[in-house]
Design a protein around this ligand. Sequence first.
Ligand SMILES: Cc1cc2nc3c(=O)[nH]c(=O)nc-3n(C[C@H](O)[C@H](O)[C@H](O)COP(=O)(O)OP(=O)(O)OC[C@H]3O[C@@H](n4cnc5c(N)ncnc54)[C@H](O)[C@@H]3O)c2cc1C
Length: 372
Amino acid sequence: MQALKNHQEYDFPLDWNSIQDRIHAIDPIKYASTRNFEKGALTYLGPYISRGVISTKCIFEHTKSLDLEWRSIEKLVQELAWRDYWQQVWVEKQSRIESDLNFEQKAVLHSGVPAAIVEAKTGIEAIDSAIQIFYKTGYLHNHIRMYIAAICCNIGKYHWSAPAKWMYGNLLDGDLASNHLSWQWVAGTFSNRNYVANQENINKYFNSAQRNTFLDVPYEAFNKLEVPDVLIKRHHWKIEINYPESISLQALKEKKTLIYNYYNLDPLWHKGEDVQRVLLIEPDVFKRYPISQKCMDFAVGLSKNIEDIKVFVGSYSTLQEQLKNAEIVFKEHPLNDHYQGIQEDREWMSSIEGYFSGFFKFWNKAKKELIK
Ligand SMILES: Cc1cc2nc3c(=O)[nH]c(=O)nc-3n(C[C@H](O)[C@H](O)[C@H](O)COP(=O)(O)OP(=O)(O)OC[C@H]3O[C@@H](n4cnc5c(N)ncnc54)[C@H](O)[C@@H]3O)c2cc1C
């Protein structure tokens, strides 16, 4: 596929050295001026951050070590802060992020996902091509994510939740907080304003010159736009996966055990210690939040960076029963509420915690610490 050849950066290597190379390739100055464009100097680190291989803090520390002026790195640091911000909202609001959080979505006419989105047949070339590449690579540009969400929620009048699950399930960087809360931001259920973009905007950032699409209208027209015919047919997206092979319970020892999972694949965590390391894959979690085979294989592939990791497919309680009185250690995360044992903190960029009703309230506090 020609388009894919132009997107080598959408290829996400699994080995630790390549991930470090990606961190070292960051160019914060170019990032700031090009991030909204298709070929912008993005970091492509999302899949490693979301899978808990690296943290926003480690990227921030590397960026600071470049010895650039604050204004040159601020844009990138601010985007990293968006990630920490959404995580803090999740910690506070827990599973409430899965439904309209602060405002009810207005003028909803449909549920499910527009078939035109799932099948990459909206008729908008930049979007259809990005969706085809998305299925092959597991990556979507931030701006395309916003366009897709706007088309589903604010043009097609679908409730945000089903299309958000479709996108989450196919993204290598799928993260329930960044995903669902960004969808809510676009749909106007997080803050009381929704987001739309027209064809001119897409043409500008995605190097196209297409005209006469359903988005080829001035912004004032969006309020009165009828749902385009192409968005009416819906798709009830479903996904089935094969889990990786599991070790038998008997192969586990009754000794101090670190639990890794889809959100924590950190190879440096307690590195070198004599502990048992288990990647816990709980089918119940993936039934509730389905992901594609590509995403599962990516996570299992990344786990190979962790010394002597064993994959266990089953529930936390079964694992715990087998480990009897052994110490169990895990990292804090909203999806780990049912774990019992010793909880350790995740790494954050700043010490600012808690729920802030808007990003900039959080950022203004975090920035004071980060700028030092
Ligand atoms: C509808 C929608 C759905 C999204 N779903 C997810 C998701 O499931 N998982 C996810 O990690 N991000 C999600 N994002 C946020 C953002 O699109 C991705 O983090 C970013 O595109 C990842 O690519 P990158 O690493 O090249 O980003 P870069 O632009 O290089 O940014 C570096 C890092 O900063 C953080 N970041 C950048 N922009 C944002 C943002 N707008 N919100 C939160 N963090 C940000 C990410 O951790 C990212 O890896 C979503 C955004 C939208 C609009």
